[in-house]
Design a protein around this ligand. Structure first.
Ligand SMILES: [Cu+2]
Length: 320
């Protein structure tokens, strides 16, 4: 609105309608061309001459889709020393310009801008529409993976969160899972209230429902402090799982059943908070790791082991 550059004046209103004859037929008086193209200095009716560059999109073939711009050079990820590979399917940033030391900085959902909220919901919707969310939810239902009620609970869900985050990042690389600090808020994230997606599970489609506050009270800061007071892993992990269970029951509906809980986006935000609490505890309890060895130390159906889950920085994320 307050822009005063002459190039952003009312001149745009005088342009011919987009799509009504692009490449070469438009007057280009307002923006200086980003590179030298002789067509820019010719009258608009001058017949388009394909330049010698064979990669230039030929208007005779591509019609109005032909661009006046040369192909944009997208650097190979390894051209940049800032690139840290996580999964083969992760889309790397195009440049190193943004100072982003971690691939994902998970934020308190209350700190998200409206744009960040919308990007999260959009990525979640797209991952669901791709048919990728349902199978992920079904993995959580499979008791053979032993995700609950034992020392695998925290490390298993740490990898589980990563698998969703990777899906979301395939849709929108700027999206990370926000966390819901329910013990402090004592309220459900209001921007999620109207978002109740339908997820196709192996058992059929499931539409998210909630029954907020009907069957439990939400653990508060005192409860979390008591969890943090544990000096060794097993009592800590067990107490944290208990606090986590109450959060599930408090939200109710979809969140109350292991078979459906991860359909609700708040599941991931709730578990990000549980994972964050563990990461804070880890920082002051070096060497206190889940007592897992052999096959139970493998976070199946994935290949990460308990050792891989000890350092969230190495996994490519952090908590703000
Ligand atoms: Cu779970």
């Amino acid at each position: 609105m307050a822009k005063r550059q002459p190039s952003h004046g009312s001149g745009h209103a005088g342009h011919p309608k987009e799509g009504g004859g692009h490449g070469g037929k438009r007057p280009h008086g307002h923006h200086p061309p980003p590179y030298h193209d002789p067509d820019y200095s010719r009258p608009p009716e001058h017949p388009h001459e394909p330049p010698p560059n064979p990669r230039y999109p030929d208007e005779r073939i591509y019609g109005s889709y032909a661009s006046k711009r040369p192909p944009v050079y997208v650097p190979h990820p390894f051209d940049h020393s800032c690139f840290k590979p996580r999964k083969e399917d992760y889309k790397p940033p195009k440049t190193c310009e943004e100072p982003k030391p971690d691939l994902c900085v998970r934020k308190d959902h209350r700190a998200l801008t409206t744009d960040e909220q919308n990007r999260f919901l959009n990525a979640y919707t797209q991952a669901n529409a791709m048919g990728a969310l349902g199978p992920l939810v079904d993995i959580h239902s499979n008791a053979a993976h032993q995700p609950h009620g034992n020392p695998r609970f925290l490390p298993w869900h740490r990898i589980y969160l990563l698998r969703l985050e990777e899906l979301l990042m395939m849709v929108d690389p700027s999206v990370c899972i926000p966390y819901w600090k329910s013990s402090e808020e004592q309220a459900f994230p209001s921007w999620l209230l109207g978002f109740t997606p339908t997820v196709n599970l192996a058992s059929g489609p499931h539409t998210v429902t909630r029954n907020i506050g009907a069957f439990a009270t939400l653990p508060d800061a005192t409860d979390v402090t008591a969890v943090m007071a544990n000096a060794t892993f097993n009592p800590f992990g067990s107490a944290l799982e208990g606090v986590h269970n109450s959060g599930h029951v408090w939200v109710g509906g979809t969140m109350q059943s292991i078979l459906t809980a991860p359909c609700d986006p708040v599941f991931w935000m709730h578990h990000a908070e549980i994972d964050r609490i563990w990461s804070v505890w880890q920082a002051s309890h070096a060497g206190q790791n889940p007592p897992l060895a052999g096959a139970v130390a493998v976070m199946d159906p994935w290949s990460e082991t308990e050792v891989d889950t000890r350092d969230i920085g190495a996994l490519g994320y952090s908590y703000a």
